[in-house]
Design a protein around this ligand. Structure first.
Ligand SMILES: NC(=O)c1ccc[n+]([C@@H]2O[C@H](COP(=O)([O-])OP(=O)(O)OC[C@H]3O[C@@H](n4cnc5c(N)ncnc54)[C@H](O)[C@@H]3O)[C@@H](O)[C@H]2O)c1
Length: 417
């Protein structure tokens, strides 16, 4: 009899609400996941998750165990509580890291200390040396680490990857990408952590397209230059509201990316995102053009139930939607769900295979599964997505120096210059 995994989600914010929890609820009722714990800094986000009417409709009778308890005062913070929750888990279950970027490293390390497999939202960490440390430690302990670059699971990305591998496009030479997130993000918890000293729109969402171009082509970035435009959040904190990045690749190709927290709340969006890539072939050129925000479906609702309360909406059926299925409630579909399910299913398979083996053989089997996933390059892992940490490091240096071009040097010890 196969054993389901207990899951602890650390972080109860937007991404947990919009994607992670519903995906994990579905995996719970299909027998992959057992108990779900969620740990946040304080309990207001946990109350919001508990009260989300979509979850009651879609996953009737399902629930999670909140930390801190919902009886605690709302303004009391528990920054260290997640450590106790991780320490109380059975070994070799699953920790999902879904808190602000600067805290990922510490939580991943704490998860390892308690022998837990990890699924981390992107970016895994902010430094290449940390991602290497995570890769090495995970392999040593036979623990799986997946990074949630869900755009890899978008069918259009997978189709592009296949045709690129088969040589149908030619060689990547020039590209353009865009991801403008909604204006209303400025009024969320973002104002507390999306500050100029910590992050910027390129680091936050540009990384999806940087990862995607690498996912499709396997060509490594060698220079990054990012310029930002600052603004003030409602609470007075200063953040980069817009950013433009230029990435140069080892074959000389160039990708230009614009990002921001500024898609109009009244727009049909709910954001703006796209990728265009041009390729050189023998006597001709190739092209990939993904319109990632208008995917051919529009709805106009009687009430303003769109993401920002809008009536008329471009509906993206591909990322994450709740739809009717044979079971109770509704099920999540889309590449967001596929991406989370891919990592959790891999851990479920790995742990169940290992459970029937001696300790030595189990470790060997775990390492085989981790290496095969690294090699396959579909699920993002520290080994096959490390260019993102180098790009993040270069980006932060560049944006804080008004767009200074920062080089990425590979070899035995990859670093930025
Ligand atoms: N497209 C994507 O892949 C995508 C989208 C959104 C966010 N993210 C990533 O997800 C992460 C979180 O983003 P978000 O939008 O959910 O942020 P958010 O600000 O809405 O939520 C952050 C959560 O972290 C919790 N937290 C903070 N400190 C904590 C602590 N010490 N212990 C326990 N919990 C703590 C807070 O309580 C809050 O619930 C970021 O790394 C972000 O980059 C990825």
């Amino acid at each position: 009899m196969k054993k389901a995994l207990d899951v602890t989600i650390v972080g109860g914010g937007m991404i947990t609400n919009d994607l992670i929890l519903p995906s994990i609820y579905h995996l719970q009722r299909t027998g992959i996941v057992n108990d779900i714990h969620i740990c946040a800094l304080n309990n207001p986000p946990l109350k919001a998750l508990r009260e989300n009417p979509d979850f009651r409709e879609a996953f009737p009778g399902q629930d999670f165990i909140p930390h801190p308890s919902l009886d605690e005062p709302e303004d009391k913070n528990f920054p260290e509580l997640y450590r106790e929750v991780l320490a109380s888990m059975k070994p070799r279950q699953m920790v999902v890291v879904a808190m602000p970027d600067n805290l990922h490293y510490q939580v991943v390390m704490d998860a390892f200390k308690n022998n837990q497999n990890v699924l981390c939202v992107k970016p895994l960490v902010l430094k290449y040396t940390q991602s290497e440390e995570i890769r090495e430690l995970a392999l040593q302990k036979g623990l799986f680490v997946g990074v949630e670059y869900h755009k890899r699971f978008d069918r259009r990305s997978l189709i592009a990857k296949r045709h690129y591998e088969l040589g149908h496009f030619g060689e990547f030479v020039m590209g353009e990408a865009k991801m403008i997130e909604p204006y209303f993000y400025r009024f969320s918890n973002f104002q507390n952590w999306f500050t100029t000293d910590r992050t910027d729109p390129f680091t936050y969402v540009g990384c999806h397209y940087v990862d995607l171009v690498y996912f499709i082509t396997r060509i490594r970035p060698v220079e990054v230059s990012v310029t930002g435009i600052k603004g003030t959040f409602p609470n007075g904190n200063e953040g980069y509201m817009w950013a433009h990045g230029r990435v140069r690749y080892e074959n000389g190709a160039i990708l230009s990316v614009i990002d921001g927290l500024g898609y109009p709340d009244e727009g049909a969006g709910s954001n703006e995102q796209c990728l265009t890539m041009f390729f050189e072939g023998e006597g001709k050129t190739g092209m990939v053009k993904h319109n990632d925000q208008f995917r051919g479906v529009t709805h106009s609702y009687l009430e303003g139930i769109g993401v920002a309360g809008s009536h008329f909406n471009f509906v993206n059926p591909d990322f994450y939607r709740l739809v009717p299925w044979q079971g109770k409630g509704y099920m999540p579909v889309g590449y967001g769900f596929d991406s989370i399910a891919a990592t959790i299913n891999t851990v479920y398979r790995m742990e169940n295979e290992a459970a029937s083996l001696s300790e030595d053989k189990a470790l060997k089997r775990r390492r085989e599964i981790i290496r095969a996933t690294d090699e396959k390059g579909i699920i993002a892992t520290p080994a096959n997505s490390y260019i993102n940490e180098l790009v993040v490091e270069a980006t932060r240096k560049s944006i804080l120096n008004n767009g200074l071009p920062v080089k990425i040097v590979y070899g035995d010890e990859p670093h930025i210059e």
